[in-house]
Write a protein that binds this ligand. Sequence first.
Ligand code: G4P
Length: 190
Amino acid sequence: MEALEQKILDEGTVLSGNILKVGSFLNQQLDVGFLLKMGEEIGRIYKGDEITKILTIEASGIAVAVAAAAVMGNKVVFAKKNKTSNVSGEVYSAKVHSFTHGTDYLITVPKEYIKKSDKVLIIDDFLANGNALIGLIDIINQAGAEVVGCTCAIEKGFQGGGDKLRKKGYRIESLAVIEKMSAEGIEFRR
Ligand code: G4P
């Protein structure tokens, strides 16, 4: 999505540790007009696909998912992140390792919100190593539902998570894929 690439170039800052700061529109302050444009783009990507539910993960994924849902008309379910491994039988859960934070956490979704008949689109803000997506896919599989595709606003292609999932056969359609980044500049995948 060209407008997102331009937004990243205009407002993003590359921090040490391969972190792209985009707090001005995605991770802290929300540029809702722009988010809705991203939602429209996601709607275009999946036009013609049957989707019954959008699944995301707190916190920043929710904004992108809601923008897409505003266009596509689906309900949004978000996985909660729990520090404790103490979960009830009423929820699906999966362990996720965060490379960025160097910690493990548990994600949970109440069983009542994903049914076997659901065709699910996964949406998140960032795709780095892909562990959050793997956890969400695990939860959809536990429910016996179908993963239609995964869309993240910004994929850091050089971390390999997206390509690993593509090789496994998942449809991964990120809105902007960064191939290289440093304090000197950002290059997108073509
Ligand atoms: P992975 O799921 O793809 O394996 O990524 P990882 O565990 O490394 O990412 C952990 C968190 O860091 C996620 O958010 C992810 O969205 C975010 N993240 C990863 N790379 C970047 C980056 O370059 N810039 C920014 N701004 N965020 C990045 P989180 O900690 O769960 O936070 P939030 O969703 O609650 O905001």
